[in-house]
Design a protein around this ligand. Sequence first.
Ligand code: PAF
Length: 291
Amino acid sequence: MKSFQTISELRTYLAAGRKRGSKVSFVPTMGALHAGHKACIDIARREGGILVSSIFVNPTQFGPAEDFDAYPRPVEEDTAGLLQWGCDAVFLPSVREMYEREQRVWVEAGCLADVLCGKHRAGHFRGVATVVAKLFHIVEPHVAVFGQKDAQQAIIIREMARQLNMPVAILLCPTVREPDGLAVSSRNRYLSKEDRAAAAGLYAGLRHGKALLESGEREARAITESVRRYLTGAGILGTEYVELLNAEDLSPTDPVAGRVLLAAAARIGSTRLIDNIVLEVRDGVRETMLF
Ligand code: PAF
């Protein structure tokens, strides 16, 4: 596996590959890799071409009080994983390489960034969309894969690619879960033993919301309030939000109908976790993918 720290070296390598007729599949990450990243890489590999991953802890998507400095950076472990998972190249830029000049031009996601995590993490999606746009211009992939666990991020990136005419297909990877349902996440490693036990309640809460829909409840607020109560009962005291929104454009859905995103965020101990399920709500209720 090739490893590149500069944009120009990576571009030279990819240009040579393209000259030989290869396409490029891409999985951007912030490192601290886990089974969820592996699942994204498996999907990207099936798309063929040169398989590139990036590891870059992007400062512009962290708020001043967030965990940018403390974010785990096990670079050797991560690169060993990428090699084992069949990546052809890893891009490991420094902050200076990615933000050589003071960033004045940003990608804003409008109302898509005003709900869910965007309401609680000011500027987060502007940082995500901007760095992903930069990475797309550097790597020029024909496909890029993102996880459904970060559903709002995936929706924003797909819309960015559509509206800015980026020639890249955005593919979605299903959420990978631990046996008790907890979605795998780089931040799970921060959980104490007690917090880890409580954390499984987040997914159980979403399943509770699904069960309410299955029983015929269609009032969004009745469902989200009941999920909140369920989370409290499961020992999750720091619920940030529980929302039920249209899964295409994150608009309100009330009465709940069509393809909907039931999403929650909670602080468990000092760790902020998010999770979601996507449901097709018609006469019956069926779990499905975001896209
Ligand atoms: O999901 C992530 O790991 C990050 O938000 C991403 C997409 C790599 C951008 O920094």
